[in-house]
Design a protein around this ligand. Structure first.
Ligand code: AGP
Length: 372
């Protein structure tokens, strides 16, 4: 009904606007008076968490992309190898699991059958399972060793938005907690990252305040038959998520690629007028990442692509090669998916609306997939 949509045209739009709160609520109450992280809900013994030698994230769809973001953050902060796998692939390939494996199952609904079957399999093989779930009292946390709840609130639209941001946030908390426990980061470094993380709700709000520009571009592009999305590092799962949103609700062919993979095949798809979204990382990072992505933008532009670039405020290096720039606030690269994905969600929602489609209930899809 209109009332629960809070005046928005769709639940998806409402939920996109709920995101600053979803992230803030997921961060709430996770530190003690000294600023140290406390994850009380995590009932897995500290000795077990100290001894784990591998993490495997299992999930489906958008939840799996949050796991993909988690891999970059957790490996960097904790120096524990992290694999990310679609739950249905994991379940049926005889994965290597021991008592020192931590399996992290991520699910908005907590009812996804593919993920539940993978959880059962992991526990039967002796691994500990931590569920990152949004829905209280659902099946996956009940069948896991522990649960870290995301506090996004109920998500109604089939296309996941605020749950995704809350999942990424919970994964950061897990990574920082493990780093604290295992001593792979100094306390002041951890506090600094947490401090940056706490600034994210305001930054997301800032992106939302600029949504009109994104919507205008989406309306103008409503008849495009295909979109490509490119990103590197954490921008890669953001690209995959941007493409999934367009497929799901706007029924447009869309593909996400790791930008470095372009020259290994996908660049053959690019010809005159092909729209290509590119997620540019922070130019303030100490690595080559930004420079490499700018080269990728040049490469597709040189073949006639129309480039839509998600870039930090103040990043002028992308401007000469971008047909359109969507700005996001300056954010450390590892945390940047929380802002970078927002324009892509808005774009998909507006484009689906412009095509006259049911944004909240796309054809052929259910909110939670309770069959294998
Ligand atoms: C996201 O927009 C999708 N509707 C879908 O990929 C979803 O994320 C996936 O089915 C997993 O659902 P879950 O988080 O409830 O387990």
């Amino acid at each position: 009904s209109a009332a629960v949509k809070d005046g928005f045209d769709s639940f998806m739009d409402k939920e996109i606007h709920d995101q600053p709160k979803a992230v803030a609520d997921t961060l709430l109450g996770r530190t003690d008076a000294t600023g140290a992280l406390v994850l009380d809900e995590l009932r897995i013994p500290e000795s077990t968490l100290r001894s784990i030698d591998k993490i495997i994230v299992i999930a489906c769809g958008t939840a799996a992309y949050s796991g993909h973001v988690a891999k970059y953050a957790i490996e960097h902060w904790c120096r524990i190898p992290v694999e990310v796998e679609l739950a249905h692939e994991f379940r049926y390939r005889d994965p290597i699991l021991t008592a020192r494996t931590l399996v992290v199952a991520i699910s908005q609904s907590g009812e996804t059958m593919d993920t539940l079957m993978a959880v059962r399999h992991a526990r039967e093989q002796g691994a500990s399972v931590l569920a990152i779930v949004n829905t209280n009292g659902s099946t996956i946390p009940r069948e896991s060793d522990a649960v870290l709840y995301t506090h996004a609130g109920p998500e109604v639209a089939v296309a996941s938005t605020k749950a995704f941001l809350a999942q990424i946030t919970a994964c950061y908390l897990l990574g920082l907690y493990l780093a604290q426990l295992r001593g792979t980061k100094f306390a002041d470094e951890l506090r600094e990252i947490l401090h940056e993380l706490q600034a994210l709700p305001d930054k997301i709000q800032h992106v939302l305040d600029g949504e009109a520009a994104v919507r205008e571009v989406a309306q103008a592009m409503k008849d495009e038959p295909s979109f490509l999305f490119l990103g590197r590092h954490v921008g890669y799962p953001v690209a995959l998520e941007g493409a999934l949103k367009l497929k799901e609700i706007a029924y447009i062919h869309a593909e996400g690629f790791a930008a470095g993979e372009l020259k290994h095949g996908p660049i053959a798809l690019v010809d005159e007028g092909q729209p290509v979204f590119v997620i540019a990382p922070s130019p303030r990072g100490r690595d080559q990442l930004h420079h490499k992505v700018v080269s990728n933008i040049q490469e597709v532009r040189a073949r006639g692509a129309r480039t839509l670039v998600i870039a930090e405020e103040g990043d002028e290096a992308v401007a000469p090669y971008a047909d359109i720039v969507f700005r996001v606030p300056q954010t450390p690269t590892l945390l940047s998916p929380l802002v970078a994905v927002v324009p892509l969600q808005i774009f998909a929602s507006e484009l689906a609306k412009a095509k006259g489609l049911d944004v909240d209930q796309p054809r052929n899809l259910a909110k939670s997939v309770t069959v294998e």
